[in-house]
Ligand binder design. Structure first.
Ligand code: GLN
Length: 533
């Protein structure tokens, strides 16, 4: 049984400073020192989970092994630490209120007025403590979403204040991430926003122990002294977080700044050894010294916001490093692809990936992209909706079923090659009702998939409602599209391939969610290899 210590990470001045990456980097350094670490994220919005959010609002929705739809920062945690997270690692205001209101209806607070303090803060504190009480972790890092000063984050900061008091300074500390902006006209870095943001935290009763200062230019010793003085922190607890070219450099930057040492000192933990980062360094070296280069088209409809495809992007980075190959990903807007311009839009690429997605917008462009890849023998990787598109395209253009479609896009098609599962048909609620989380899959002999994974039984994570319609299986297989991965429990088709083609693989699941620095995903690695040839 381990007794966990807690590190809370708040953010000030502006959003998008990279709290998730700083949390993941610190966790990596502590893990590399032999500690067992987990990271959790508390999000101040009122959605119960981000599953119902449009990717334009909040980027990709990350799915855990146990089927929770969560914030994309959990993806960073897993990619850095190579350990799975669960639904307990992401809590939203919606989830907290839902629980408190259910308790109230049940009569748990009978006779009492239910209030933000103590009822909401008690529920937040309970959830903040939860993973630490499992006995599995030495250190739990808790990232508080949003920016200090937002109305929405007040109950979280208040909960942290209470927990710091309950736990004591040797068991719980606060890292505050701020921005030191550079004013080009003045030629100066400015510390004032940091001072104000720490003041705001102090008004809410929280004194940060460590400041991580995001900056594009190095801080001078004098600036560090000034920040320390104005913000009541030790000078060695002013940590510079300089902009770097890849997020995977950040653990190295934090190591150099001794963030891990400062944290351990404050928590009165004696580190067993210096961080063992050999594998990480090896990965970085491969990433930064590629021997070749490939160009991949990512065809999707959310291309204006790269965060919508976060995990796919990261999986390409891992697979590129594994192949010592630089992977240039170009976003191609599916709405802009037509039969006529496909050679122009897609001609120069070594591989084409058709992305996951929902709804009708841009679907014809995706189908055209599949057709172009299939007919021109260009390595093709279809993920979730991308796999479904590969089935529709094949049915239309090889089987000659001109109106073949998914019933998601055309409910009255006579050839529903992709259709709702029976148990999905009765569901009317949108939140948390898809096929979610990890499912088993068995791979066929001779398939690209089996070659990639090197084993027959695998598990992968899902997030979709529609499935390959088994009624068309025989005709598809006879015409050359094989089902090479099947769910052993339900018989559902999980992978399709065209063996005649150089490398044509469509997967109903989301392999990108399981790609990490330590374990680049085998299908991405093989796809890049095929593109390199
Ligand atoms: N819209 C499709 C479905 O629900 C695919 C979902 C996805 O690509 N994640 O089945």
């Amino acid at each position: 049984m381990k007794k966990a210590k807690f590190v809370f990470v708040t953010g000030g001045v502006t959003s998008s400073l990279g709290k998730g990456i700083i949390s993941a980097s610190l966790a990596k350094l502590l893990q590399a020192r032999g500690y067992s670490v987990t990271i959790q994220k508390f999000d101040p919005y009122i959605n119960v989970d981000p599953g119902t959010l449009n990717p334009y609002e909040h980027g990709e929705c990350y799915v855990t092994e146990d089927g929770a739809e969560t914030d994309l920062d959990l993806g960073h945690y897993e990619r850095f630490l190579n350990t799975p997270t669960s639904q307990n690692n992401n809590v939203t205001t919606g989830r907290v209120y839902q629980t408190v209101i259910e308790n109230e209806r049940r009569g748990d607070y009978l006779g009492k007025t239910v209030q933000v303090i103590p009822h909401i803060t008690d529920e937040i504190k309970k959830r903040m403590r939860y993973l630490g009480e499992s006995g599995d972790y030495d250190i739990v890092i808790t990232e508080i979403g949003g920016t200090v000063g937002d109305i929405e984050s007040l109950p979280y900061v208040e909960s942290v204040r209470q927990l710091l008091w309950d736990m004591g300074p040797e068991n719980a500390i606060v890292i505050h991430l701020t921005l030191i902006p550079y004013l080009a006209a003045a030629g100066e870095l400015k510390t004032k926003p940091t001072q104000h943001s720490v003041k705001m935290l102090l008004e809410q009763g929280v004194q940060p122990d460590i400041l991580v200062c995001r900056t594009e230019k190095h801080l001078t010793a004098e600036m560090r002294r000034k920040i320390a003085l104005f913000c009541n922190v030790h000078q060695n607890a002013v940590i510079e977080s300089i902009d770097v070219s890849t997020i995977y450099e950040v653990p190295m930057v934090m190591l150099k700044e001794k963030l891990d040492k400062v944290v351990l000192n404050k928590l009165k933990l004696k580190s067993p050894h210096e961080p063992n980062l050999d594998q990480w360094r090896d990965f970085l070296f491969r990433l930064e010294h590629p021997k070749s280069e490939v160009n991949i088209a990512l065809v999707g409809k959310y291309v204006e916001l790269p965060d919508a495809y976060k995990s796919i992007n990261e999986a390409f980075i891992h697979a590129g490093a594994a192949n010592e190959c630089k992977v240039n990903v170009t976003y191609v807007h599916s709405e802009l692809i037509t039969e006529g311009n496909a050679p122009h839009k897609l001609g120069g690429f070594d591989g084409i990936l058709v992305a996951p997605g929902f709804g009708n917008r841009g679907i014809e462009g995706k189908l055209t992209a599949v057709k172009y890849a299939r007919e021109n023998n260009i390595p093709f990787f279809g993920i979730c909706l991308g796999m479904q598109c590969s089935v529709i395209e094949f049915a239309r253009n090889v089987l000659g079923l001109k109106d073949a479609h998914s019933t998601e896009m055309m409910s009255d098609t006579k050839n529903p090659v992709i259709d709702l599962m029976e148990n999905q048909k009765k569901i009317s609620h949108m939140g948390g009702t898809m096929r979610l989380g990890s499912y088993a899959c068995e791979l066929s002999k001779g398939s690209h998939a089996l070659k990639a994974y090197g084993k027959v039984k695998i598990t992968e994570r899902h997030r979709h409602r529609y499935e390959f319609n088994d009624k068309f299986k025989k005709r598809m297989e006879d015409a050359g599209m094989k089902i090479t991965g099947t769910n052993p429990d339900t018989g559902l088709a999980e992978i399709v391939e065209i063996p005649e083609h150089k490398w044509f693989v469509g997967v109903q699941f989301h392999p990108e969610l399981k790609s990490t620095v330590a374990n680049p995903h085998p299908l991405f690695v093989r796809f890049i290899k095929a593109a390199m040839e």
